[in-house]
Design a protein around this ligand. Sequence first.
Ligand code: FES
Length: 136
Amino acid sequence: MDENRRIAAVEEIPDDTTFLFTIRNGFDEEEAVLVEADDDIRAWKNYCQHWTDVRLDKGDGASMRDGELVCGKHGALFESDSGVCTYGPCEGAVLDEVDVTVEDGAVYLTDPDYEFVQQGSSIEYDLSSNRSLGFE
Ligand code: FES
């Protein structure tokens, strides 16, 4: 496995929340999250399917309930193993998947569309702009 594509050790992935990391496609950086799902590790892009400017993991782990990721904005639930939204305004939509694989106790990015950048976020968020507030 390519060590440049090593995201994290399996034991670093929390049981009850997500592990944030940054990937790059060309010049575009994006965030994704690792999540434990039935003894497997899956990776999803870090945004809700209802409003794609809303992050599921804001830097300290996404909320989870009974094995589902919870969007904090309007409460959509996404199955951690399939990415399917089971409840909420985007019910039936599916999170965008990023391909990863586990080998020798570590998780590697295997998605050919992306390079691994780093653990956590490298993306700057403008916390002073409440651009979503007008639509609530
Ligand atoms: S933005 Fe996630 S449920 Fe509305």
